[in-house]
Write a protein that binds this ligand. Structure first.
Ligand SMILES: Nc1ncnc2c1ncn2[C@@H]1O[C@H](COP(=O)(O)OP(=O)(O)O)[C@@H](O)[C@H]1O
Ligand SMILES: [Mg+2]
Length: 366
């Protein structure tokens, strides 16, 4: 058994979510969970990082590392943690070619004294994979063999189809989760997101607009992963910039529908026969409009929040990186080759030794 802490800062750049869990033998017990929202200025810098100069990127790398370290310390307080997994903030993801997550992990190991694993994706890329998605390993670990598929609605939406064996576990990014909705809200309403999906509920779904938002990515067979490189502000402005000025609520309504439609199509095409439920996590689960579309679209599957399994909506991804960190220090492979397309199972991550390193290695590798 290991007590692990995970930190995740997703494509939404809304903040860093932190979860602590006891991990052992295909079981996970949540101990703590908290999200630390980024101050607006920091969020703006993260969102601008893809076009930043090297100097700014280097500065942000350190600043995020310090922010993560402070968040980790606040969650740990007096508890004891064996290992930390920090996903970092993706600033670029070119599937199967290169991928960069920032947020210097040395600050976390220094501030907490806990050995910290970071940079989980490059090892999978080096093994011939997309480097993403990595969360289906968590889906398999906890739900493998259950007739369920798992959906995380973050900035990007991804689906995990856990089989009995890891080798047969599949999963991929379906396309946008909240990222286009968030962009539209920022541009038209100066809001960070569509609270509860209320703006979407007030607008009308426009099928012509929906057609213009179509992209070959949706029909591409897995393995596949995507990010804000594709579903960007430019993508949104190019396809519906004019409408966004004239009738923003209709655009937001259509984007909420697009998310549900592309997820439901992916479920119809790829969920194994016999699947009975869709287990939803991520901030997008709080968008009632997207969720009510999704509920009828995937019928007769039952749509359940991950929360009913004791894991809060925003705690799944950090909990997944807590698990991946535990696997890394055990030296256990933690990619799902059928998901990422990697040629082989790979041990993921880079280890930054903390004050507990010798003790931890002694305990694990006696
Ligand atoms: N109350 C809410 N109503 C609607 N959408 C929400 C709500 N809370 C969060 N979200 C959406 O969830 C996003 C954050 O979800 P998260 O799972 O952290 O995504 P990521 O992994 O990309 O950071 C926000 O940017 C927003 O779009
Ligand atoms: Mg987030």
């Amino acid at each position: 058994m290991l007590t692990a802490l995970g930190l995740m800062s997703g494509t939404s750049a809304d903040g860093v979510s932190v979860a602590a869990a006891r991990i052992g033998d295909r079981k996970l017990r949540m101990l703590a969970y908290r999200t630390f929202p980024y101050p607006r200025a920091l969020r703006e810098r993260i969102l601008a990082a893809r076009d930043a100069r090297t100097r700014e990127l280097s500065a942000l790398h350190s600043e995020l590392g310090r922010f993560f370290a402070a968040a980790a310390r606040k969650v740990i307080r007096k508890g004891r943690v064996d290992v930390i997994g920090s996903h970092g903030q993706t600033v670029w993801h070119a599937p199967a070619r290169h991928t960069l997550q920032i947020g210097e992990a040395s600050f976390i190991a220094e501030a907490t004294g806990v050995t910290t694993v970071c940079d989980f994706r490059p090892a999978d890329v080096a093994a011939g994979g997309q480097g993403a998605p990595l969360v289906p390993y968590f889906d398999w670990y906890l739900f493998g063999g259950r007739p369920a598929v798992l959906l995380n609605l973050g900035g990007i939406a991804n689906l995990g189809c856990p089989a009995k064996t890891l080798a047969r576990t599949t999963g991929f990014d379906t396309g946008p989760g909240n990222c286009l909705i968030d962009e539209a809200m920022r541009i038209a309403y100066r809001k960070e997101y569509d609270e509860g999906g209320r703006v979407a509920a007030s607008g009308r779904i426009d099928l012509k607009l929906l057609g213009r938002l179509d992209h070959p990515y949706f029909r591409k067979p897995p393995p596949k992963s995507t990010g804000r490189e594709l579903f960007s502000r430019d993508f949104l402005l190019e396809r519906c910039g004019k409408d966004l000025r004239r009738r923003p609520a209709d655009v937001v309504a259509t984007l909420a529908y697009l998310t549900a439609r592309t997820v439901a199509d992916a479920v119809a095409r790829h969920a194994p026969t016999g699947t009975q439920e869709l287990i939803v996590s991520g901030g997008g689960g709080l968008n009632r409009t997207t969720m009510s579309h999704l509920e009828w679209m995937v019928w007769p599957l039952a749509v359940r929040p991950l929360e009913v399994f004791g894991i809060p909506a925003l705690a799944k991804e950090p909990a997944a990186f807590a698990l991946l960190a535990a696997e890394a220090v055990r030296g256990a492979p933690a990619n799902a080759p059928a998901v990422t397309g990697a040629g082989r199972p790979a041990v993921l991550g880079k280890i930054v030794p903390g004050a507990n390193f010798r003790g931890l290695m002694g305990r694990l590798h006696r």
